[in-house]
Design a protein around this ligand. Structure first.
Ligand code: UFG
Length: 327
């Protein structure tokens, strides 16, 4: 595909920065917008970064006009489910308000294509597995609801303003760039794999949130997807839209689930270190199993994940973590 001018919001964050790197490696012209409230300056080439909040509509529109943006990839959002249950106002203001501001700036400047960072949390507590894209939407926390609301806005901006969109519903983004210099740096960290690494380095056990779920070993099952495979999905989605493709939504997962204990075992295998862990209470709101049906993305956009197992995910995440914790 020809060289595209892509504006990436939240491009200094975890998934955003991996996507920016891949877009740049494929020769695209990338502009990153990030207010650095969660993202990291060191994740992005400095000349690409514009320190801006997506809620600053006029500044965003000015930047899009100046950069002659072809398409937007929209990551900027808060992501912590637990926090969203305590402070829903922040999630609606930042995630929904931010998306509305961005869409408004797009309409103002005639930018008609957007790839949106959505989540499996839009399905709530699904009773089937694997989950197809037409499974009923029913968020069970404000974080998931903020993504549902943005998907709903996308629908109306398509119907009324012809803004074409692809919503990518991520399952469990994990892993790191194999180069070892880009990875997951959330603060506070809530995700399983980095917390398991911290347990190894600190000797303080990680808590397994419940072992009485209706799953083979009693611990929750998730679909862990390598962040670079996730990044690839964004590029395919942009290309789909640039070809004149219709608005759509896709799961991004591998179709295979792994339990918490399987993740711990995979970490022990890759690192050769013992993981100290204890079994604790269930974490509120955790569905027993979340596994994607991923055929739609494969069949319709030609997505072909390079790292479909836990091995590479854990190995690459460990490489990054070693550089940052133990260097
Ligand atoms: N877990 C533990 N102990 C921990 C942390 C996690 O046992 O200390 C377990 C959880 O209970 C869950 C699994 O490990 O079963 C994965 O938990 P994460 O917090 O890493 O990820 P989640 O599946 O809860 O959430 C992820 C994203 C959310 C998104 C959700 C949608 O982080 O943003 O997937 O599927 F909403």
């Amino acid at each position: 595909m020809e060289r595209l001018k892509i504006l990436v919001t939240g491009g200094a964050g975890y998934i955003g920065s991996h996507t920016v790197r891949l877009l740049l490696s494929q020769g695209h012209d990338v502009t990153v917008v990030d207010n650095l409230s969660k993202g990291h300056r060191h994740n992005v080439p400095p000349e690409r970064l514009y320190e801006l909040d997506v809620r600053e509509t006029a500044a965003l529109a000015e930047l899009m006009r100046r950069k002659q943006t072809d398409a937007v990839v929209h990551f900027a959002a808060f992501i912590a489910v637990g926090e969203s249950m305590r402070e829903p106002e922040r999630y609606f203001a930042n995630n929904v308000g931010g998306s509305l501001s961005l869409l408004t700036a797009m309409v103002e400047t005639g930018v008609k294509r957007i790839v949106f960072s959505s989540t499996a949390a839009v399905y709530g507590n699904p009773y089937t597995s694997p989950i197809l894209e037409d499974f009923p939407i029913h968020a069970v926390n404000p974080y998931g609801e903020s993504k549902v609301m943005t998907e709903t806005m996308l629908h109306w901006f398509d119907a009324i303003h012809q803004v074409r969109s692809v919503a990518l519903r991520y399952f469990n983004a994990s892993g790191a760039d194999p180069a070892g210099d880009l990875g997951e740096e959330h603060e506070p960290e809530t995700h399983l794999i980095p917390l398991v690494f911290r347990a190894i380095s600190s000797g303080q056990p990680v808590t397994v949130f419940g072992n009485d779920y209706p799953t083979p070993d009693g611990t929750c099952i998730r679909d862990y997807i390598h962040v670079n495979d996730l990044a690839q999905a964004h590029i395919l989605a942009v290309e789909h839209l640039m070809r004149g493709g219709e608005s759509d939504r896709f799961n991004v997962g591998t179709g295979t689930g792994h339990s918490v204990l399987e993740v711990i075992r995979a970490v022990e295998e890759v690192t050769g270190r013992k993981v100290p862990y204890t079994i604790g209470e269930r974490r509120e709101g955790d569905p027993p199993s979340l596994v994607a049906a991923s055929d739609k993305l494969k069949n319709q956009l030609g997505w072909n994940p390079q790292y479909p197992g836990l091995g590479a995910i854990v190995e690459h995440a460990w490489r990054f973590s070693e550089k940052h914790q133990f260097a």
